[in-house]
Design a protein around this ligand. Structure first.
Ligand SMILES: [Zn+2]
Length: 202
């Protein structure tokens, strides 16, 4: 796997793409991740524990098929909501509207970085609860200062939706390897910008 692969709304994976080095993540129901990314996550977790920050993987690899199901679920939900509000409106128009609404929140199959097996949504175990919203917990500072040492970068920083296509997601980190993660973090730019300015791709 190319650790520098860029996946976003403009750069899609084939819907059937599955990484060939997925491993199971211990302590999760069924999460998997590319071997190297998982190995580095375990190192990160071990060091974070020294500060009493207990990180878990809430979501790792997600197949194109699963992403399609997730997308459909929200599409139907949005359509039903619209239909409830505008019962006499044309169904085709409502479907188009529901589709647009859904794409703003949910990636289409092939557009989710989770399909690379290199992206993680982290959560913390805190006072007896799992909490995905690490922004509230203070762990966020530790991740911001340390994630790059293990090859991870914050993929959707605050105020960069115009570039990344997604709003701020403090829980979503992406493995790109230590060397590049150090460099990207030092430059304080998005992965999209890094591709364009430094890697000179796309
Ligand atoms: Zn995510």
């Amino acid at each position: 796997m190319d650790y520098l692969i860029l996946v976003n709304k403009d750069n899609n994976l084939c819907i059937n793409y599955v990484p060939n080095d997925l491993v199971s993540c211990e302590g999760t129901k069924k999460e998997t991740l590319c071997k190297e990314a998982y190995k580095k996550f375990l190192l990160l977790k071990k060091d974070a524990l020294k500060n009493d920050y207990d990180f878990y993987i809430n979501s790792g690899f997600r197949s194109g098929q699963i992403q399609q199901k997730v997308f459909n679920h929200y599409f139907i939900k949005n359509f039903n909501e619209l239909k409830g509000n505008f019962p006499f409106d044309d169904d085709e128009r409502l479907k188009r509207e529901a589709y647009i609404m859904t794409t703003k929140r949910v990636a289409l199959p092939g557009q989710s970085e989770h399909q690379t097996g290199l992206a993680i949504d982290i959560e913390c175990y805190y006072k007896g609860n799992y909490d995905e919203d690490i922004a509230d917990l203070g762990e966020i500072d530790w991740m911001r200062d340390n994630a790059h040492k293990y090859g991870f970068v914050l993929r959707y920083p605050e105020g960069k939706a115009i570039i990344t296509g997604y709003n701020y997601e403090p829980w979503h980190y992406r493995y790109i390897g230590e060397e590049y993660a150090y460099d990207l973090t030092k430059r304080n730019i998005t992965f999209e910008e890094y591709h364009k300015l430094v890697l000179k791709k796309h």
